[in-house]
Every structure is written in C-alpha cells, then in structure tokens.
Design a protein around this ligand. Structure first.
Ligand code: AP5
Length: 223
C-alpha cells in the first residue's frame, strides 16, 4: 500500500489550488481540506465561526489564525483523513504553518508534498472574474477555460453555479496584496524545510495535473 499523502497547495488566489486539489481527490481518494470552502459553509449555516468570518472574507482579508487552526485540528483527525489529505488555502500565515507542524507532530504525521503553483496577477484577475462555484460540492469551473457540461450547473451534483462574493476585481487585487504580505512568507518557511516543489500554474489544467501526479508517483516510488 502507498504511504499516506499529506499535501499542501500554496499559490496566489486563482492559482488553481482548488481545481488541482479536486482532481487529486478523484485520483487518490483522499479528501480536500479547503479552509475557504469550510468557512463558506459556516457562513451558509450561520454558525458563530461563519458570523466572524463573513465580513473579513468579503473584504478579502484573512480570518484569525486561531479560527482556522481549530478547524484544521478538528478535521485532520477524522476517519477519512487516514489515507492522507490535501490542504488547500491553509496554511496562509507563518503562525498557521507553525501550528500545523505542531498538529502533525502531535498525530505522528509527516508532510509529504508542498506544491506551489506560480501565476501572474493578470492571469489571476481573468480567472477569478470568470470563476463559477458550486456552493454545496465546492467544485470550481470557469466560464471559458473550464466550463460545466450544462451551462450554469455543476457536472456532478447538478446544483446551480454562482459567482463568489469576493471575486470582484477590486477584492481580488486586495486578496493578492494580502497574499504577498502574509502568505508569501509561508513559502520561505517550507523552502527552509526543503519541501517546496514549484509548478507553472499558467499552463493548461491537465498539464499542471500531469506534473503534480508525476511528482507524487516519483516520491511514492522512491519511498
Ligand atoms: P479561498 O477560498 O482559499 O480562496 P483563495 O486562496 O483566494 O484561492 P481561490 O479559491 O480564489 O483560488 P484557487 O487557487 O483555489 O483557484 P481555483 O482552482 O478556484 O479563501 C477565500 C477567503 O477565505 C480568504 O480571502 C480568507 O478571507 C479566508 N480564508 C481561507 N483560508 C484561510 C486561512 N487559512 N487563513 C485565514 N483566512 C482564510 O481557480 C480559479 C479559476 O481559474 C477557476 O474558475 C478555475 O476554473 C480556473 N482555472 C484553474 N486552473 C486553471 C488553468 N490551469 N487554466 C485556466 N483556468 C484555470
């Protein structure tokens, strides 16, 4: 049996983290833990966490570290994470990365991959403005680059696709500046641990996916 996969996706908003994470879920049968999706669910359900997060997310700022650390600490110990998990949108600050290291050590787990998807700002704005989102399943599409089979409907659940509240150009540009200030240092944190593998996220979805799978398979073969 293959070793558990514990994957982190780093990259700017719109780099394709969610898109690639979904494809890895289908291939390897391990869950995608997207803090963005979990926070959006909490907003939808009207929980205390959702109430705290809504305004912050609509502005494009980061939700407090303590809130997301608790969400992830509770999630990684669930049964479906035994064969591994894919972290999408977490960690986003050095404090979150340090918290994750502690959680992994507490549960005798090792990070296996830190994948960094590199894109430029213009690509990000174009992708976010065309993004379509399935609120229940968390699947993402793009009006032109990755359209659903039936316009406006999720391929898998059939639910209505929507635009995200934080995908306006103004908020996307703010999210990019937050990324540069608070999340870019997370890459340095993992570079020091020798874990980062970089990918050109401007390529076609399938090309990026092929490169990610090759990286995983080569590490599994060497283990
Ligand atoms: P979150 O939901 O994590 O958003 P994000 O990191 O800004 O990332 P995105 O979901 O925008 O982009 P992505 O890289 O997943 O791209 P996608 O695959 O969708 O976070 C939202 C908010 O929640 C944050 O601003 C913050 O407030 C809060 N939050 C979340 N986590 C937090 C944390 N840990 N700490 C604190 N706060 C937190 O692709 C984008 C589009 O491009 C899609 O339309 C897709 O179809 C298309 N596309 C993807 N790949 C390609 C390709 N190769 N070619 C062409 N089109 C492509």
């Amino acid at each position: 049996m293959n070793n558990p996969l514990h994957i982190i996706f780093l990259g700017a908003p719109g780099a394709g983290k969610g898109t690639q994470a979904q494809k890895l879920v289908e291939k390897y049968g391990i869950p995608q833990l997207s803090t963005g999706n979990m926070l959006r669910e909490a907003i939808e359900e009207g929980t205390e966490v959702g109430k705290q997060a809504q305004e912050v997310m609509n502005r494009g700022d980061l939700v407090p570290d303590s809130v997301v650390l608790k969400i992830i600490a509770d999630r990684i110990v669930q049964d479906d994470c035994q064969k591994g998990f894919i972290l999408d949108g977490f960690p986003r600050t050095v404090a979150q990365a340090e918290g994750l290291d502690q959680m992994m050590a507490d549960n005798s787990l090792d990070l296996t991959h830190v994948f960094c998807l590199n894109v430029n700002d213009d690509v990000v704005v174009e992708r976010q403005s065309g993004r379509l989102f399935a609120p229940k399943s968390g699947r993402v599409y793009h009006e032109k680059n990755n359209p659903p089979k039936v316009a406006g409907k999720c391929d898998v659940t059939g639910e209505e696709l929507v635009k995200r509240d934080d995908d306006s150009e103004e908020v996307v540009r703010h999210r990019l500046s937050v990324y540069r200030e608070q999340t870019a240092p997370v890459k340095d944190y993992y570079l020091k641990q020798g874990l980062v593998q970089e990918f050109n996220g401007c390529q076609e979805v399938e090309t990026v996916f092929g490169e990610l799978v090759a990286a995983i398979e080569s590490a599994q073969a060497a283990a």
